[in-house]
Design a protein around this ligand. Structure first.
Ligand code: NAP
Length: 306
């Protein structure tokens, strides 16, 4: 069984930064990722708030992070992690039927978009229901689409979709957006976005793909049909921490509580990025978490400090 000083599970910005800092500290480090490296940032069209970089595409920024991590010697392994266990002061990670062990582990598994749970959502997932505007937006050139949600994700992706779609309906259950004001201002000022505030999506209808949405106006209690071939759902995030259940303490929503050094309640096990309990989920805060977690892991592996 291959043994490492440190295994990082997840190669989003938190995991890549952890790999970079751990590699640079000469820890024998493996970063494991089931999909492409870069996490949610890699499917974000444009980032404009990563300090010092200016406007950059998510794929470009995360590719640079990966290259920089590789330069410092951390290894990337691609394959779905199917098991994580803590035994006798060590960690065991299973992927592709192979088990690897490490002295410290950083959980950086990030989040996935939450499902709405309305009729038609599962049935038409991938056939008109999408959780990724970067992936599926180009399919809707000169067509009308809908976005559900009122947070940063929904507003940012609605703006992005105006590059392809002739019109974007933004369906939000309240009148005020949760998103930062700058996004709200851009959305409200955009000619191709129509805000359907105080509306909720009741069901998604179609035959081979999505044909229409059933909407309820919460103020008038009236329902209406909105004919669109695509709906993008951005109603928040849920942590990808299923494999940590029973291994480490999780909060009610499944996020990992940590202290300021990224330590969890299990010695040697740290968490970084969107999957941990925190107030601000950004690439910049994920990178800070990853660096801190790697530093704490170094002190634990080399000096036994916890
Ligand atoms: P979020 O901030 O949790 O917002 C979720 C939105 O979906 C809210 O407007 C919420 O409505 C709505 N919602 C939740 N459940 C719903 C339901 N069952 N039916 C209808 N609407 C529902 O999630 P997010 O936008 O995905 O953002 C997650 C985190 O990533 C945030 O910390 C955000 O700042 C960050 N992020 C940042 C950027 C950026 O900085 N550019 C971009 C993307 C994401 P209510 O408002 O009524 O609760």
């Amino acid at each position: 069984m291959e043994a490492y000083d440190l295994i990082v599970v997840g190669a989003g910005p938190a995991g890549l930064a952890a790999g970079l800092y751990a590699g640079r500290s000469r820890l024998n480090t493996l970063v494991m990722e089931s999909m492409m490296p870069g996490g949610q940032a890699a499917v974000t069209d444009a980032l404009e708030n990563y300090p010092g970089v200016g406007l950059i595409s998510g794929p470009e920024l995360t590719q640079r992070m990966l290259e920089q991590m590789n330069e410092f010697g951390a290894e990337l392994a691609t394959g779905e992690v199917t098991g994580i266990d803590a035994r006798d002061g060590e960690f065991f990670v299973v992927a592709g039927g192979e088990e690897r062990r490490s002295r410290a582990l950083i959980a950086a598994m990030g989040t996935r978009y939450r499902r709405l749970g309305v009729p038609g959502e599962n049935e038409f997932a991938g056939r008109g229901v999408s959780y990724c505007a970067t992936c599926d937006g180009p399919f809707y050139k000169e067509q009308e689409v809908a976005v559900v949600g009122g947070g940063d994700s929904a507003l940012q992706e609605a703006l992005f979709l105006t590059r392809f779609a002739s019109k974007v309906y933004l369906i939000h259950r309240r009148d005020e957006f949760r998103a930062v004001p700058v996004l709200g201002e851009r959305v409200r000022a955009h000619d191709s976005i129509e805000c359907l505030c105080s509306h909720v999506l009741k069901s998604i209808k179609g035959e081979s793909g999505v044909d229409s949405l059933e909407l309820l106006n919460k103020k008038t209690d009236e329902t209406r049909e909105l004919a669109v071939p695509g709906v993008f759902i951005f109603i928040g995030l849920e942590p990808r921490t299923d494999l940590l259940r029973g291994v480490v303490e999780l909060d009610e929503a499944g996020f990992v509580p940590t202290d300021q050094d990224m330590k969890t309640n299990v010695r040697g096990l740290l968490a970084a990025g969107d999957c941990r309990v925190k107030a601000l989920r950004q690439v910049s805060t994920a990178v800070g978490d990853g660096a801190t977690a790697a530093f704490t892991a170094y002190r634990y592996v080399e000096e036994g400090e916890w």
